[in-house]
Design a protein around this ligand. Structure first.
Ligand SMILES: [Zn+2]
Ligand SMILES: [Zn+2]
Length: 396
């Protein structure tokens, strides 16, 4: 692969960005426990001369401002996540995790280091833009309860009022040098359900005296699979997956209850509502048809991540300046969820994927794998990319 030539100011700070990433990688912290990481970031931002540094937002979150030298204007929020995963690292790198059972296996160490790099570049390029950059380092993206929503609730989208938001995720299944972006939905919502069927237990030899929750739950599984095939627009993908099925204790006992749990993924608020409504109707209806009852717990996780079409188009032009038009790819939506979605529900913006895979270096492992690594050549690209997007947005 041919790597892009980075702007001289970015090229100059790349060793520092790599060193920061390695330090964070060596000291990973789980969601909402990023105390040392947060301290490290705050000190760095202060040293850079970023203004109005706020710490402890939603626990460990940080915001800081950089004011452009061209006067008043819009405010753009740039977001990075800081958390690691509960995983024991199995990479051969010298800077592997020093905390047993915790590892940066998704690249958030890179995101945090890159955003600090972006801060430095924007601080140096202040005279090139009007308005304000709000840097946002958030806790806990990986947990079900992410840091984005509590940060928004704490007011990070105001004072100053944020007009647009951008961020990036490294992607190890795409080569370094490529950036993937698209307007519209790019990542799914992630909701969880638990259905408990209450039947009536009895002797396995006398089914007519019982209400068999296993048979009813099996019907419900089959019914749930028809939501996608019969209720959902095939051009707007949905996943409904019952993933556990528990019932019974012995081969001659019809049990009292059966329990199903699973996940629902959607790319639009409409389908999200539809899937939840239909799941409840199907489970309740099937149970009623057999004289049983159901209890349904339905937990909404992250919403779908939806890029604003105009912001994505703007980002595409900026990204092409960094990696060349031929290396800006149309991203296909993916099913994993992401809490950048909350920012994108509140403000127009764009989340893009920065390739960080490198077969020649053996950097081929998927995210959340104990051998996951990122190609550090991607870090400078990510810095240049996000800085360019921010400047172009503020000057647009
Ligand atoms: Zn992850
Ligand atoms: Zn991630």
């Amino acid at each position: 692969m041919v790597l892009p030539t980075l702007p001289a100011d970015v090229d100059e700070i790349v060793p520092g960005v790599i060193a920061d990433r390695r330090f964070i990688h060596e000291h990973p912290e789980l969601g909402f426990q990023e105390h040392e990481t947060s301290k490290f970031v705050a000190e760095r931002l202060a040293a850079l001369g970023a203004e109005d540094i706020q710490t402890g937002i939603a626990g460990t979150g940080i915001t800081a401002l950089i004011h452009g030298g061209k006067g008043e204007g819009k405010c753009v929020l740039l977001r990075a996540d800081m958390d690691a995963l509960p995983l024991t690292e199995e990479t051969p790198v010298e800077f592997a995790s020093r905390t047993p059972g915790v590892m940066h296996a998704c690249g958030h160490d890179g995101h945090t280091a890159m955003l600090m790099g972006v801060a430095r570049i924007l601080q140096e390029r202040k005279d090139q833009f009007a308005g304000t950059v709000k840097l946002c380092f958030q806790p806990s993206e990986e947990a079900n309860e992410g840091g984005a929503r509590p940060m928004i609730e704490a007011g990070v989208l105001e004072n100053p009022h944020v007009d647009a938001c951008f961020g990036q995720h490294v992607m190890s299944d795409r080569p370094t040098g490529e950036i993937w972006v698209n307007g519209g939905p790019i990542q799914a919502s992630a909701d969880a359900f638990k259905i408990t069927v209450q039947g009536k237990g009895g002797h396995g030899a006398m089914p007519h005296t019982s209400i068999d929750p296993i048979m009813i739950a099996a019907d419900i599984v089959s019914g749930l699979h028809k939501i996608v095939s019969r209720n959902v627009d095939p051009l707007d993908p949905v996943v409904v997956s019952p993933c556990t099925f528990h019932s019974g204790t012995a081969g001659n006992i019809i049990p009292d209850t059966a329990e199903l749990t699973g996940t629902v993924r959607t790319f639009s608020p409409e389908n999200r509502d539809l899937a939840e409504t239909r799941l409840k109707e199907v489970a309740t209806g099937i149970a009623a048809a057999h004289g049983a009852t159901v209890t349904i717990e339905y937990d909404r996780g992250y919403p779908p991540t939806i890029n604003d079409v105009e912001m994505a188009a703007l980002a595409e032009v900026s990204l092409a300046k960094v990696v060349g038009e031929e290396n800006v790819m149309k991203m296909r939506p993916i099913m994993p969820a992401e809490d950048m979605s909350y920012f994108l529900l509140e403000r127009p913006g764009c989340y893009f994927m920065t390739g960080c895979g490198n077969e020649a270096k053996g950097i081929v492992w998927p995210h959340h794998h104990p051998k996951f690594d990122l190609d550090e050549d991607a870090l400078g690209i990510g810095v240049a990319a996000l800085a360019q997007v921010a400047i172009d947005y503020l000057n647009s």
